[in-house]
Write a protein that binds this ligand. Structure first.
Ligand code: 1GP
Length: 250
Protein backbone atom coordinates (compact mmCIF):
# COMPACT_ATOMS: atom_id res chain seq x y z
CA UNK A 1 0.00 0.00 0.00
CA UNK A 2 1.23 3.49 -0.78
CA UNK A 3 1.95 5.60 2.28
CA UNK A 4 -0.54 8.22 1.17
CA UNK A 5 -3.23 5.55 1.17
CA UNK A 6 -2.08 4.46 4.60
CA UNK A 7 -2.47 8.06 5.82
CA UNK A 8 -5.98 8.18 4.35
CA UNK A 9 -6.87 4.91 6.07
CA UNK A 10 -5.68 6.26 9.42
CA UNK A 11 -8.03 9.24 9.10
CA UNK A 12 -10.87 7.02 7.97
CA UNK A 13 -10.48 4.50 10.79
CA UNK A 14 -9.34 6.66 13.69
CA UNK A 15 -10.68 10.12 12.85
CA UNK A 16 -7.19 11.65 12.79
CA UNK A 17 -3.59 10.52 12.97
CA UNK A 18 -0.75 11.11 15.39
CA UNK A 19 2.72 11.78 13.97
CA UNK A 20 5.88 11.92 16.07
CA UNK A 21 8.66 14.04 14.57
CA UNK A 22 12.17 12.85 15.31
CA UNK A 23 14.97 15.25 14.48
CA UNK A 24 18.05 13.20 13.53
CA UNK A 25 20.41 15.84 14.80
CA UNK A 26 23.28 15.69 17.26
CA UNK A 27 21.14 16.99 20.12
CA UNK A 28 19.17 13.71 19.97
CA UNK A 29 22.13 11.36 19.78
CA UNK A 30 21.50 9.90 23.22
CA UNK A 31 17.78 9.28 22.94
CA UNK A 32 16.81 8.49 19.35
CA UNK A 33 16.54 4.81 20.12
CA UNK A 34 14.37 5.48 23.17
CA UNK A 35 12.14 7.78 21.11
CA UNK A 36 11.58 5.20 18.36
CA UNK A 37 10.95 2.36 20.81
CA UNK A 38 8.44 4.50 22.66
CA UNK A 39 6.68 5.36 19.39
CA UNK A 40 6.44 1.65 18.56
CA UNK A 41 4.37 0.98 21.66
CA UNK A 42 2.43 4.19 21.93
CA UNK A 43 -0.29 4.00 19.29
CA UNK A 44 1.33 6.74 17.19
CA UNK A 45 0.70 6.21 13.48
CA UNK A 46 3.74 7.61 11.73
CA UNK A 47 7.25 8.89 12.37
CA UNK A 48 8.36 12.01 10.53
CA UNK A 49 12.12 12.44 10.33
CA UNK A 50 13.83 15.68 9.48
CA UNK A 51 14.80 19.13 10.62
CA UNK A 52 15.86 22.47 9.21
CA UNK A 53 19.35 22.53 10.68
CA UNK A 54 21.86 19.70 11.17
CA UNK A 55 24.83 20.31 13.44
CA UNK A 56 26.99 17.32 12.46
CA UNK A 57 27.54 14.79 9.68
CA UNK A 58 25.81 11.77 11.22
CA UNK A 59 22.36 12.64 9.92
CA UNK A 60 22.17 9.68 7.53
CA UNK A 61 23.36 7.17 10.16
CA UNK A 62 20.62 8.35 12.52
CA UNK A 63 18.04 8.12 9.73
CA UNK A 64 19.12 4.52 9.08
CA UNK A 65 18.84 3.71 12.77
CA UNK A 66 15.33 5.17 13.01
CA UNK A 67 14.19 3.19 9.96
CA UNK A 68 15.72 -0.01 11.30
CA UNK A 69 13.95 0.28 14.67
CA UNK A 70 10.61 1.75 13.61
CA UNK A 71 7.50 -0.42 13.47
CA UNK A 72 5.37 2.34 11.94
CA UNK A 73 5.94 4.05 8.57
CA UNK A 74 8.81 6.53 8.47
CA UNK A 75 8.15 9.57 6.31
CA UNK A 76 10.86 12.04 5.48
CA UNK A 77 10.13 15.67 6.32
CA UNK A 78 13.10 17.29 4.55
CA UNK A 79 14.81 20.50 5.55
CA UNK A 80 16.73 20.61 2.26
CA UNK A 81 17.61 18.51 -0.79
CA UNK A 82 20.97 17.44 0.60
CA UNK A 83 19.20 15.46 3.35
CA UNK A 84 17.67 13.03 0.82
CA UNK A 85 18.30 9.36 1.51
CA UNK A 86 16.70 5.94 1.13
CA UNK A 87 16.04 5.16 4.81
CA UNK A 88 12.37 6.13 4.60
CA UNK A 89 9.07 4.76 3.31
CA UNK A 90 8.05 8.01 1.59
CA UNK A 91 8.79 11.70 1.66
CA UNK A 92 6.79 14.89 1.91
CA UNK A 93 7.56 16.56 -1.41
CA UNK A 94 7.05 20.02 0.00
CA UNK A 95 6.91 23.51 -1.30
CA UNK A 96 7.08 26.33 1.25
CA UNK A 97 4.18 28.09 -0.39
CA UNK A 98 3.68 30.75 2.27
CA UNK A 99 7.16 32.10 1.47
CA UNK A 100 8.43 33.93 -1.57
CA UNK A 101 11.88 32.41 -1.60
CA UNK A 102 12.23 30.59 -4.96
CA UNK A 103 14.75 28.18 -3.46
CA UNK A 104 12.07 26.65 -1.21
CA UNK A 105 9.21 27.13 -3.65
CA UNK A 106 10.82 25.18 -6.52
CA UNK A 107 14.65 25.18 -6.39
CA UNK A 108 15.15 22.42 -3.81
CA UNK A 109 12.42 20.36 -5.49
CA UNK A 110 14.18 20.46 -8.88
CA UNK A 111 17.43 19.33 -7.27
CA UNK A 112 15.59 16.57 -5.39
CA UNK A 113 13.30 15.18 -8.09
CA UNK A 114 15.81 13.06 -10.04
CA UNK A 115 17.18 11.66 -6.78
CA UNK A 116 13.68 10.81 -5.53
CA UNK A 117 13.09 9.02 -8.84
CA UNK A 118 16.37 7.17 -8.63
CA UNK A 119 15.75 6.06 -5.04
CA UNK A 120 12.23 4.96 -5.97
CA UNK A 121 10.69 6.95 -3.12
CA UNK A 122 7.01 7.74 -2.89
CA UNK A 123 6.64 11.53 -3.01
CA UNK A 124 3.64 13.06 -1.24
CA UNK A 125 3.00 16.54 -2.68
CA UNK A 126 2.62 18.87 0.30
CA UNK A 127 1.87 22.56 0.59
CA UNK A 128 3.84 23.81 3.57
CA UNK A 129 2.40 26.94 5.17
CA UNK A 130 4.31 28.70 7.91
CA UNK A 131 2.15 30.56 10.43
CA UNK A 132 3.53 32.96 13.01
CA UNK A 133 3.98 31.10 16.28
CA UNK A 134 4.83 34.03 18.52
CA UNK A 135 8.62 33.86 18.19
CA UNK A 136 11.18 33.41 15.41
CA UNK A 137 11.75 29.71 14.66
CA UNK A 138 14.57 27.83 12.95
CA UNK A 139 12.50 27.17 9.83
CA UNK A 140 11.71 30.86 9.46
CA UNK A 141 15.34 31.85 9.78
CA UNK A 142 16.80 29.04 7.66
CA UNK A 143 14.28 29.43 4.84
CA UNK A 144 14.50 33.22 4.78
CA UNK A 145 10.72 33.43 4.62
CA UNK A 146 8.17 35.37 6.58
CA UNK A 147 5.40 33.50 8.34
CA UNK A 148 1.75 34.41 7.82
CA UNK A 149 0.48 36.53 10.75
CA UNK A 150 -1.29 34.24 13.23
CA UNK A 151 -4.45 36.32 13.16
CA UNK A 152 -4.84 36.24 9.36
CA UNK A 153 -6.69 33.01 8.60
CA UNK A 154 -7.82 34.58 5.32
CA UNK A 155 -4.24 34.59 4.06
CA UNK A 156 -3.82 30.99 5.23
CA UNK A 157 -7.01 29.98 3.38
CA UNK A 158 -5.82 31.60 0.13
CA UNK A 159 -2.55 29.66 0.36
CA UNK A 160 -4.27 26.40 1.27
CA UNK A 161 -6.67 26.72 -1.66
CA UNK A 162 -3.77 27.49 -3.99
CA UNK A 163 -2.06 24.33 -2.72
CA UNK A 164 -5.19 22.30 -3.37
CA UNK A 165 -5.65 23.69 -6.88
CA UNK A 166 -1.99 23.02 -7.64
CA UNK A 167 -2.68 19.37 -6.84
CA UNK A 168 -1.00 19.09 -3.46
CA UNK A 169 -2.32 16.22 -1.39
CA UNK A 170 -1.51 17.44 2.10
CA UNK A 171 -1.54 20.90 3.62
CA UNK A 172 0.89 21.40 6.48
CA UNK A 173 -0.04 24.27 8.80
CA UNK A 174 3.19 24.85 10.68
CA UNK A 175 3.95 27.20 13.57
CA UNK A 176 7.61 26.06 13.62
CA UNK A 177 9.31 23.64 15.95
CA UNK A 178 9.26 24.93 19.51
CA UNK A 179 6.75 27.67 18.62
CA UNK A 180 5.45 29.67 21.56
CA UNK A 181 1.89 29.41 20.23
CA UNK A 182 0.62 26.55 18.10
CA UNK A 183 -1.54 27.35 15.05
CA UNK A 184 -4.78 28.87 16.34
CA UNK A 185 -7.77 26.56 16.58
CA UNK A 186 -9.86 29.16 14.76
CA UNK A 187 -7.40 29.27 11.84
CA UNK A 188 -7.59 25.49 11.47
CA UNK A 189 -11.38 25.63 11.52
CA UNK A 190 -11.51 28.29 8.82
CA UNK A 191 -8.98 26.54 6.59
CA UNK A 192 -10.56 23.10 7.08
CA UNK A 193 -13.90 24.55 6.15
CA UNK A 194 -12.57 25.72 2.80
CA UNK A 195 -10.29 22.93 1.56
CA UNK A 196 -10.78 19.23 0.86
CA UNK A 197 -7.16 18.20 1.35
CA UNK A 198 -6.11 16.63 4.68
CA UNK A 199 -4.49 19.15 7.02
CA UNK A 200 -1.38 18.41 9.07
CA UNK A 201 -0.84 20.71 12.06
CA UNK A 202 2.41 21.04 14.01
CA UNK A 203 4.64 23.37 15.95
CA UNK A 204 4.38 24.18 19.65
CA UNK A 205 1.79 21.53 20.55
CA UNK A 206 2.63 20.44 24.09
CA UNK A 207 -0.46 18.78 25.52
CA UNK A 208 -2.95 16.14 24.37
CA UNK A 209 -5.71 18.67 25.01
CA UNK A 210 -4.14 21.19 22.60
CA UNK A 211 -3.90 18.36 20.05
CA UNK A 212 -7.52 17.30 20.57
CA UNK A 213 -8.84 20.83 20.08
CA UNK A 214 -7.02 21.05 16.76
CA UNK A 215 -8.43 17.73 15.61
CA UNK A 216 -11.92 18.89 16.55
CA UNK A 217 -11.25 22.01 14.47
CA UNK A 218 -10.52 19.89 11.40
CA UNK A 219 -6.87 18.79 11.51
CA UNK A 220 -6.37 15.32 10.06
CA UNK A 221 -2.89 14.89 11.55
CA UNK A 222 -1.11 16.31 14.56
CA UNK A 223 2.69 16.44 14.73
CA UNK A 224 4.63 16.71 17.98
CA UNK A 225 8.41 16.97 18.11
CA UNK A 226 9.96 18.94 20.95
CA UNK A 227 7.75 17.69 23.77
CA UNK A 228 8.58 14.08 22.94
CA UNK A 229 12.24 14.87 22.39
CA UNK A 230 12.38 16.21 25.94
CA UNK A 231 11.13 13.04 27.60
CA UNK A 232 10.71 10.18 25.06
CA UNK A 233 7.80 9.20 27.29
CA UNK A 234 5.67 6.38 25.94
CA UNK A 235 2.90 7.35 28.33
CA UNK A 236 2.76 10.90 27.04
CA UNK A 237 2.69 9.63 23.44
CA UNK A 238 -0.15 7.31 24.39
CA UNK A 239 -2.12 10.23 25.79
CA UNK A 240 -1.54 12.16 22.56
CA UNK A 241 -2.62 9.16 20.48
CA UNK A 242 -5.77 8.69 22.59
CA UNK A 243 -6.66 12.38 22.35
CA UNK A 244 -6.17 12.43 18.57
CA UNK A 245 -7.83 9.09 17.68
CA UNK A 246 -11.34 10.31 18.47
CA UNK A 247 -13.11 7.68 16.36
CA UNK A 248 -11.64 4.83 18.38
CA UNK A 249 -13.39 5.99 21.53
CA UNK A 250 -16.75 6.83 20.01
C1 1GP B 1 7.83 20.95 13.40
O1 1GP B 1 5.57 20.78 13.60
C2 1GP B 1 6.75 20.21 14.01
O2 1GP B 1 7.64 20.89 12.03
C3 1GP B 1 6.90 19.94 15.47
O3 1GP B 1 6.98 21.07 16.28
O4 1GP B 1 8.81 20.51 17.88
O5 1GP B 1 7.14 22.30 18.42
O6 1GP B 1 6.47 19.89 18.43
P1 1GP B 1 7.36 20.93 17.85
Amino acid sequence: MLQYQYLQSVVENKGAGYIVLIDPDRKNDGNIEAQVRAVNHSGADVIFVGGSLMMDGKFHDRMAKIKELAEVPVIFFPGSSNQLNAHVDALLFMSLISGRNPQYLIGEQVISAPIVKDLGLEAIPTGYILMDGGAATTVEFMSGTQPIPADRPDIAVAHALAAQYLGMRLIYLEAGSGAKNPVYVKTIQIVADQVDVPIVVGGGIRTPNEARKRVEAGASFIVTGSIIEESASEKLMQSFADAIHWKEQS
